[in-house]
Design a protein around this ligand. Structure first.
Ligand SMILES: O=c1ccn([C@@H]2O[C@H](COP(=O)(O)OP(=O)(O)O[C@H]3O[C@H](CO)[C@@H](O)[C@H](O)[C@H]3O)[C@@H](O)[C@H]2O)c(=O)[nH]1
Ligand SMILES: [Mn+2]
Length: 758
């Protein structure tokens, strides 16, 4: 009964979205047609959905009761101090309840898709496959080793796909000759690697990962490994030296190419460089087959113009590729995300071979999976909820969230809504424009240079109505959301074998800094005129806007997390009871709400191939984020909004230091690089320990009954368990990853000051 009321309310609010309740997305395509075409894809609601809906209703009732109790307490507060405490608790719990409701939006209609690439040849012939442009962005050769970028490119160049239909575009915001050198070397190696993969039907086509795996050794593999190692040696040698030795330059043309890096060339000020490294009408591999196009682009930079980080780079890629190949489908990749499955393009075709789908769906998002994550993912870098679990919920509501990489776009989606085409300023950029000149012809090259210029976007709608959207450091989230608001649908495709694998940060500081950037980015969306709670709700419906709000307001988690890290503990130390006694009926709500939310989250997590320990670490890092990057990111957002600071896009390092990586593999926390973000974290660790000890002492002395303090003691104990690695790092570790003494002392002093004030 309750469920149906709940269901009814939501379906009323949500009439603008057309989730699969209209069954369109759920029906296996083709099964019902007269010609008996085998299905290319299916979609199914997850079996857990009925339970989720019932549980959501029950939980909602408990929440209503809980807030009734809260209000009662708030009204009946007698002293200013108790009003203050009750108010803070009320706000914190309100935030928790809001975040709970946003998470429910993902649990009401999650769907799982399946593709059948084996049926593809019954529907489309190879010669009719659409062309595909692949975009790979890199920004800094010192943080993103060119060898790893090159591996990403090689893994996609060797896809099981007609090579003449593939073009790989590399955007280098680092403007580095070394990166271009690496690509020129990679192109030579590709002439051997591509036929090798094809002939031997290799599954792992990133050479680095292939040679790390258990591959079968034959004389051919020995040979190809030698070629790879020699290329790697040259690239790494050049990286070490920081310049390209003459001995590595093999021809007059190559010499001319590198002459573009004149002495005036700097990262912030330089002209555009576009280098066609391989052209599919000219370059042949060792077996005599044509190779895919491979094009290097370093867009023009000038310190007087704003470059819009990755969004700006992606828009240059969109324009240059339009001039050169203008493929209708675009695959966007971060430089570390290599293809882990050569059949992925065929999976994508299971959807996009149907023009009806392409006219409605702007993108197909594949999840981000990572290699090299330690056994229990101690920094919770996999973001299972963001990348694997909630996208199914988004998808069921009509559109998956975009996560910046591993995504197949329909080029048309960058030019206005499905029925509202926004025409670009020159016809050559239009998705319907047919390229009829070879990519290296002088007209094509001249136009490509023109559209890559740093002032090209002035007086155009690039970044606002066309292309990737500007205004947020998480351009991926913002762009995906805007496309959804424009009326595009999108889908989430999560095959059993991960389609792509990337690097996750392996030190605490790196991961907190990455998420601090995300925090600034999402708040830029949450507090913009496009905020999901105001603008979004009218365009995408209540549920979808709730779901987008979860991310747009992601850092408000820090309000309840910080409150529960300090307030009950300070009260405990001062022998003040702030929660109901065990004997009061209201008490029961606390364990129910806590265990209910945690339990359901645990279930979601293990359903996405998680383990108990991974989940445990994940909830620990969630509390860590609450008192560090969420807080600091929000502060930075505030400063940025006030025009006081201008935080940029600090690229996450993909370089691994040996000692650090050893600690990571052993599961030891790394605090080595001092960061102010560690201070509130250490304070939380200290105050909880003190509160727990004093609380226990009081109870043992019999001065205060345990009955009234159970909840406070439990919270302090819970934090102490979660903070265990911090105590270790503070007290008895000697390695370079221990907590810097400076941080411990500052935190201890501030904790003491807090105690005095309280
Ligand atoms: O000015 C810039 C900055 C970054 N990048 C590229 O953007 C990608 C992502 O950067 P990374 O440092 O790896 O950021 P992450 O936080 O790991 O990336 C996630 O978050 C980003 C938004 O903050 C999205 O762009 C990414 O796709 C998404 O994977 C990399 O390929 C960079 O080379 C640029 O091309 N130009
Ligand atoms: Mn990354």
């Amino acid at each position: 009964m309750i469920t149906s009321i709940f269901y009814f309310i939501f379906s009323q609010f949500d009439s603008r979205t057309t989730p699969p309740r209209n069954m369109e997305a759920l029906r296996p395509k083709g099964r019902t047609t007269a010609t008996h075409i085998p299905p290319l894809h299916t979609a199914q609601l997850l079996p857990i959905v009925p339970f989720n809906r019932v549980f959501a209703s029950v939980y909602l009732c408990a929440l209503l009761a809980f807030f009734y109790h809260h209000l009662q307490r708030l009204i009946s507060s007698t002293t200013p101090i108790s009003s203050f405490i009750n108010l803070i608790l009320f706000i914190s719990d309100l935030v928790l309840a809001f975040m709970w409701s946003t998470a429910q939006a993902a649990r009401l209609y999650p769907i799982q898709r399946k593709e059948f690439p084996e049926n593809l040849d019954k529907v489309i012939t190879r010669s009719d496959y659409p062309a595909i442009d692949v975009f790979i962005c890199t920004a800094d050769p010192s943080k993103e080793p060119p060898m790893s970028v090159v591996n990403t490119a090689l893994s996609v160049m060797s896809y099981d796909y007609p090579t003449e239909k593939l073009s790989v575009y590399v955007s280098d915001d680092g403007g580095s000759a070394l990166t271009l050198f690496a690509f020129m070397e990679a192109a030579k190696f590709a002439a051997h690697w591509l036929p090798f993969c094809r002939e031997n039907n290799i599954l792992q086509r990133s050479p680095e990962s292939y040679f790390e795996s258990n591959y079968s050794t034959s004389s051919q593999t020995v040979e190809i490994k030698k070629l790879y190692e020699s290329m790697k040696m040259r690239v790494e040698h050049v990286m070490e030296k920081g310049k390209i030795n003459d001995e590595y330059i093999r021809s007059h043309e190559e010499c001319q190419v590198f002459k573009q890096w004149t002495h005036k060339f700097t990262i912030a000020n330089h002209p555009t460089i576009i280098q066609v490294i391989l052209a599919n009408n000219k370059s042949k591999d060792a077996g005599g087959n044509f190779m895919p196009n491979l094009i290097y682009i370093s867009r023009e930079k000038s310190s007087n113009t704003h470059h819009r980080f990755k969004a700006g780079a992606s828009n240059v890629l969109l324009r240059v590729s339009a001039i050169m190949t203008n493929a209708p489908i675009i695959l966007v990749l971060d430089c570390d995300m290599y293809s882990n499955d050569p059949q992925t393009l065929l999976r994508m075709l299971c959807y996009y071979s149907d023009p009806k789908i392409r006219s409605k769906y702007s993108y197909i998002q594949f999840p981000q999976y990572f290699h090299g994550v330690n056994k229990n993912d101690m920094y919770a870098c996999q973001f299972k909820r963001l990348f694997q679990i909630q996208p199914m919920g988004f998808d069921g509501l009509g559109g998956a969230n975009h996560v910046g990489t591993n995504c197949f776009f329909s080029r048309r989606a960058f030019f206005g809504g499905p029925s509202n085409f926004v025409s670009p300023e020159i016809p050559e950029l239009s998705p319907s424009h047919v390229v009829d000149k070879p990519i290296q012809s002088s007209e094509v090259m001249a136009l490509a240079y023109h559209v890559a210029g740093c002032n090209y976007e002035n007086q155009t709608t690039w970044g606002y109505k066309m292309g990737y959207r500007y205004g947020s450091l998480v351009e991926d989230f913002f762009t995906g959301y805007q496309l959804r608001c424009e009326g595009w649908r999108s889908m989430f495709c999560n095959p059993y074998r991960p389609a792509f694998l990337g690097n996750a940060p392996i030190s605490l500081v790196d991961s907190l800094n990455q998420q601090k950037r995300w925090v600034v980015g999402v708040l830029e969306v949450g507090f913009s005129k496009y905020s999901p709670i105001i603008y979004g709700i009218r365009r995408v419906g209540l549920l979808m806007s709730l779901l987008y709000s979860q991310y747009a307001f992601w850092p408000i988690w820090s309000i309840p997390i910080t409150t529960y890290a300090f307030l009950p503990q300070l009260a405990l130390i001062n022998q003040v009871r702030i929660f109901p006694k065990v004997s009061e009926p209201w008490f029961l709500l606390y364990p129910f709400l806590f265990l209910g939310a945690y339990g359901q989250d645990y279930f979601d997590f293990v359903s996405a191939k998680g383990t108990f320990q991974m989940w445990w670490n994940d909830q620990r890092i969630w509390t860590v984020r609450g008192v560090s990057c969420f807080m600091f990111g929000s502060l930075e957002f505030l400063l940025k909004s006030l025009g006081i600071s201008t935080l940029g896009f600090s690229v996450t390092s993909k370089v691994v230091d040996d000692e650090q990586s050893k600690r990571y593999d052993q599961g030891i926390f790394d605090f080595g690089v001092p960061s102010p973000m560690f201070v509130p974290l250490t304070m939380a660790a200290l105050i909880n320990l003190v509160a727990l000890i004093l609380g226990l002492a009081q109870v043992l002395k019999g001065g205060n009954s345990l009955e009234g303090l159970v909840i406070q003691m439990f919270i302090a104990g819970f934090w102490v368990v979660n903070c265990w690695p911090i105590y270790e790092a503070m007290v008895y570790r000697k390695d370079n990853g221990k907590l810097p003494v400076k941080i411990t002392l500052t935190a201890a002093f501030l904790t003491w000051a807090l105690y005095i004030v309280a």
